[in-house]
Design a protein. Structure first.
Length: 478
């Protein structure tokens, strides 16, 4: 059975690049009737962020990726948190020590720093030559040590990657990396190999930054007599032609984009296309369609540039397909954030905004008209808003028709359009001129998500009349 894994470090929010790695592992497993495993790689305890595991699990759930085994969900290969597997790693480290594929290293920080100052580019195997008696004596004295992998000094390693083909690395370019740190915890380089094997991972999907270090992992597999997994390395997501999309850039996390008002599956849909081409070249795909279409041969050898404008466009397609109830439910948190406690029909506001919103944070700009003018205060109206070059309107024209606009508002909704047309006829105006003045007087804003009729329905007739009468007073007092 195909078994893939996503193994994030609990260091904060889930980055878009990490989410894509998880997505490809999920899609490949589900396409092949396999299992998707979540494993938390918390071997570096100093970088762990409290609550990050819950954030990661929540993000996967929001993205629609239900893991089959892992923390909380459980499974037959646990624990699924590396800090809870310390004794397992020590057991296999001892096997490597016994076989000579690893060795104790007592070098101090000062010695290692001096090595690099002297021009060394990697560890010099200094402690490999220590006798067994000296090692036992130094351990007995309580000297701190690490356990290093013993990389061959000569030769090379070739392995096959499903994206990049055959990859060859000379052993002289590899360092004897640390397997077990001085605190007894494993490094990623060691723990990922042990866990991938013991958890039955068949396909290892991860970033291209591990492409050249994979031979070190293969030496561990070989030394322990284990079968190597299938390797699938992914190119990074780029901010531009030369820089990776990074947490340091800000707003590069899944939760960041949710906070901006992107829909979870729109994000998933977009990042699926950053490094993978479906054979049918479709851009809008449901999760089921992604699973059905996904294949390794569609993965790209070149990196992809993240384009938030393109993701906004894709998100807008999903927004337009939402039911009125779905849109209103998704919009409500943004009303609460940007325009709370307005005496308006928020449900109707959602109807007006749905065709005009790409992401839900657009609600801030689209509802600025609600704060454009304080009709409840004794404040002067901005008459310059009445001026429109297209319609050739001005405040004087507004003063001439304001009483009739109030009268039209007082009548039934079905008669209002006819009344406004008659105002235009009576003053030798175009209908558009009257409608412009009418909407400006109702809102005090140059841009609104609808005309006069929509604004009256949004505010209610009593509020609309209060506004028009306030503008009338301002016009007459001017």
């Amino acid at each position: 059975m195909v078994r893939t894994r996503f193994a994030p470090s609990p260091t904060g929010y889930l980055h878009i690049g990490g989410l894509r790695t998880a997505l490809y592992a999920y899609l490949f497993a589900k396409k092949n009737g396999g299992k998707f495993i979540l494993r938390i790689e918390d071997t570096d305890q100093t970088r762990e962020v409290k609550g990050a595991v819950d954030i990661i699990i929540s993000a996967l759930n929001k993205a629609g990726m239900t893991y089959d085994e892992g923390p909380i969900a459980g499974g037959d290969y646990g624990p699924y948190v590396q800090s809870q597997r310390k004794e397992i790693y020590l057991e296999y480290a001892q096997k490597l020590l016994d076989s000579g594929d690893a060795y104790y290293c007592f070098c101090t920080k000062d010695r290692l720093e001096q090595m690099h100052k002297d021009g060394a580019t990697k560890y010099d195997k200094h402690c490999l030559r220590m006798s067994k008696a000296e090692i036992e004596e130094r351990i007995a004295r309580g000297e701190p040590y690490v356990i290093r992998q013993n990389i061959p000094e000569h030769g090379s390693s070739t392995y096959h990657d499903e994206v990049f083909g055959d990859v060859t690395v000379d052993y002289k370019d590899l360092e004897d990396n640390i397997l077990i740190k001085s605190d007894g915890m494993p490094t990623y380089n060691f723990a990922n190999v042990i866990d991938d094997h013991l958890m039955g991972i068949t396909h290892c999907i991860r970033g291209v930054e591990y492409l050249m270090s994979t031979p070190k992992y293969n030496l561990l597999y070989d030394a322990l007599g284990w079968e190597r997994p299938v390797y699938i390395h992914l190119q990074p997501i780029m901010r531009d032609a030369t820089h990776k999309l990074s947490k340091r850039d800000g707003d590069a996390g899944f939760e960041d984009f949710l906070a901006k008002g992107f829909l979870p599956h729109a994000i998933v849909n977009y990042i699926a296309l950053l490094g993978w081409n479906p054979k049918n070249n479709r851009e809008k795909l449901s999760m089921d369609e992604l699973i059905e279409s996904f294949s390794i041969d569609g993965l790209q050898k070149s990196s992809s540039i993240f384009d938030e404008t393109k993701m906004r466009w894709l998100n807008s397609l999903y927004v337009k397909e939402m039911t009125a109830d779905e849109f209103h439910a998704a919009a409500k948190p943004f009303y609460d954030k940007y325009r709370p406690n307005k005496n308006i029909d928020y449900r109707y506001l959602s109807e007006l905004l749905q065709p005009r919103v790409e992401v839900f944070s657009d609600i801030n700009e689209r509802t600025e008209f609600l704060d454009a003018f304080d009709f409840s205060a004794d404040t002067p109206f901005d008459f310059s808003l009445f001026a429109n070059k297209k319609w050739k309107t001005d405040a004087g024209m507004a003063r001439d028709i304001i009483d009739e606009c109030i009268a039209a508002t007082e009548c039934d909704d079905v008669d209002r359009a006819e009344k406004l047309e008659k105002i235009a006829e009576a003053h030798s105006l175009k209908k558009g001129q009257v409608l412009w003045i009418y909407r400006i007087a109702l809102t005090g804003a140059a841009a609104t998500p609808g005309g006069g009729d929509e604004m009256i329905k949004l505010f209610g007739k009593p509020e609309a009349l209060k506004r028009l009468r306030h503008v009338k007073q301002c016009l007459y007092d001017n």
